[in-house]
Design a binder for this molecule. Structure first.
Ligand SMILES: Nc1ncnc2c1ncn2[C@@H]1O[C@H](COP(=O)(O)OP(=O)(O)O)[C@@H](O)[C@H]1O
Ligand SMILES: [Mg+2]
Length: 589
């Protein structure tokens, strides 16, 4: 939540314009809010204005009707209160509605953004900007804009009233303005810097807590408590130090402005006493003047503080707009097909993560996979097997070359249609915090019988039967209460449910023990039947069933053939085989 303070300056109005589509949905409400602010400001000078007749007529001449006092006071505060109430509700309506549609736009962008976004931004940074930053930014900006309007109007109304009462005295008061403004500017700037440093320090402190919660086992196992406690203390101490500095700067504000006010007041009183000799001022007029003069301090003070929340709020919302407007969508074509035959061709494919000059992870790779064929990919960890299969649903983009599905370059496919062709089980299973049934039928119509059949096939039937709510059991954060093997079988059930023409298994049984693997193997075998399958295997049993085995090394294919062929050739595959396939292609980073 570090809202940068030194965001690009520039015309505030111009910077606010892009926000209007979100916060300008209710122009009528805006009008009411502004009207409320005007009425509120206009009632301000009426308080000192009431003192004048009260003192002059009520106390000195005794000519004031008694009933007028409560009537006027209640009417004044009634109008004032009503205006404030309506303005606040209106503003809340504008802010919350704008916030809702802005968040919705950000979340929708998250769903279709180019995958690079997730490489560039951490999940906590993204959730922070969608959930908290927009909230803070919007309330900061809208509230400070209202405060700006209200205080500027109040200042104008009070100053106008002062001039009306006694323009000579007002000129004396105005002479003090620059000094007050200067004191406030200096102190506010210092406070602002301290606030920023304070936010950073708070973030750092929170980060230490987060890390220690995450790594609580390791910290105990390696006896790192003392160093962690020291780390926390150091940050805690700097936070305390900054908080004290803020208090010192903040506490000076009030007495210093009051001293300046006292200077103005003594000048005003002296002049007024001199003037009273010439009967220029009445007692009531004098009291009204002094009251209005003291009342003017509050709006000046608030105006001097309003610029920082405006800048900070604007900067936070601009970051949200950046996500909505500047992050590119995934590119796609228009070709679509309900069900592909599953013929895949890789032609001279090159893949690089990151910079153009970095070493290619897939290097000029060509491979043709026929419809219904099962291809096993083997090779050492880091050979590029996962990268190769991730190219198909376009989770990773190619640098050059071409990939065809059913004879059409995958970049020309409509993304939804393209991705409908693949079921994918990887070694990193991610489950949503929803029911088992919803996880299995993810994105599709939920048919309970089909869910049960798929769970049964994935060897999860017994587990689900033992659960109190069966397939309606909520699995928790990433299904953490299930074991690794159970999660993987759940992912297999999901793949079975999707029934897509092409199946990708990236070490899909890595988390299973031999026993459960044997049980799931049947399910997988059934799943592969009549489907194009790319399987990255770590166990021989899967590999031996493949139509062809593709051996990869450093992003290139070094051998292709059946198990028998490749053993006879006594090359890379034979070496991997003798080392024990599992050990070389076991779960990797
Ligand atoms: N998201 C990524 N960003 C950068 N480099 C990556 C990324 N994913 C994989 N790599 C690199 O690409 C190479 C191939 O990785 P991978 O395809 O996962 O290999 P395999 O699945 O064969 O073990 C490795 O050197 C790995 O470090
Ligand atoms: Mg891999």
């Amino acid at each position: 939540m570090n809202t940068p303070v030194d965001a690009p300056k520039g015309n505030l109005i111009a910077r606010m314009r892009p926000l209007w589509p979100y916060f300008g949905a209710y122009p009528g409400t805006w009008a009411i809010v502004v009207l409320g602010a005007i009425v509120g400001a206009a009632t301000e000078p009426m308080i000192p204005a009431l003192l004048k007749p009260l003192l002059d007529q009520g106390f000195q001449q005794r000519s004031l009707e008694l009933w007028t006092v409560p009537v006027v006071l209640l009417a004044l505060f009634g109008v004032r209160g009503l205006a404030g109430y309506v303005a606040q509700i209106g503003l809340s309506r504008i802010t919350n509605h704008g916030l809702m549609i802005m968040r919705r736009a950000m979340f929708n962008k998250l769903l279709v953004a180019h995958m690079q976004l997730f490489a560039d931004k951490t999940s906590s940074a993204l959730s922070n900007s969608i959930v908290y930053e927009t909230q803070n930014g919007a309330s900061m900006l809208v509230n400070s804009l209202l405060s700006l309007t209200r205080n500027a109007l109040t200042l104008a109304a009070l100053t106008g009233y002062l001039f009306y009462l006694n323009w000579k005295l007002t000129l004396i008061v105005i002479a003090v303005f620059p000094a007050v403004a200067w004191v406030m500017r200096v102190l506010t700037a210092r406070l602002h810097r301290l606030t920023k440093a304070n936010q950073d320090a708070t973030d750092n402190l929170a980060y230490v807590v987060e890390e220690n919660v995450l790594a609580h086992r390791d910290i105990r196992l390696y006896s790192a408590q003392a160093s962690q406690a020291e780390r926390f203390d150091r940050l805690g101490d700097s936070l305390r130090n900054l908080a004290m500095k803020s208090t010192v700067a903040g506490a000076a504000m009030t007495p210093m402005t009051q001293m300046l006010a006292a200077m103005a007041l003594s000048a005003v009183i002296s002049v007024a006493l001199v003037q009273s000799a010439t009967a220029d001022t009445s007692v009531g007029g004098f009291v009204a003047f002094v009251t209005a003069m003291l009342m003017i301090i509050a709006p000046i003070r608030q105006l001097s503080e309003v610029s920082s929340p405006i800048t900070r709020g604007l900067a936070a919302l601009e970051r949200g707009l950046e996500l909505i407007d500047d992050i590119p969508h995934e590119t796609q074509g228009t070709f679509s097909k309900p069900r592909a035959t599953g013929e895949i061709q890789f032609l001279e494919v090159v893949v690089q993560y990151g910079a153009v000059e970095s070493a290619p992870v897939i290097n000029s790779l060509s491979l043709c996979v026929h419809s219904g064929e099962t291809i096993a990919l083997v090779g050492a960890s880091g050979a590029g097997k996962s990268t190769l299969v991730n190219l198909l649903p376009r989770f990773v983009d190619i640098r050059s070359g071409q990939i065809l599905l059913d004879g059409h370059p995958i970049s020309e496919w409509d993304l939804q249609s393209l991705r409908a062709q693949f079921a994918y089980v990887s070694q990193h299973v991610i489950m949503l915090n929803d029911t088992i049934a919803a996880n299995v039928a993810l994105g599709m119509n939920l048919e309970r019988d089909k869910v049960l059949a798929c769970l049964q096939a994935a060897n999860l039937g017994a587990l689900v039967r033992d659960m109190p709510q069966g397939i309606d059991t909520v699995v928790g954060h990433n299904a953490m209460q299930l074991s690794g093997g159970q999660r993987q079988r759940l992912a297999i059930a999901r793949a079975l449910y999707k029934d897509a023409p092409i199946l990708i298994l990236d070490e899909a049984t890595s988390a299973l023990d031999t026993e459960s693997e044997r049980a799931v193997q049947d399910a997988l075998q059934g799943l592969m039947h009549n489907r194009t399958t790319l399987v990255i295997a770590h166990r021989l049993s899967t590999v031996m069933h493949a139509s062809r085995i593709v051996t990869m090394e450093a992003g290139q294919i070094v051998e292709v053939g059946t198990h028998q062929d490749l053993i006879q050739r006594n090359g890379h595959y034979a070496r991997l085989y003798h080392l024990g396939l599992g050990a070389t292609a076991a779960p990797e980073a």
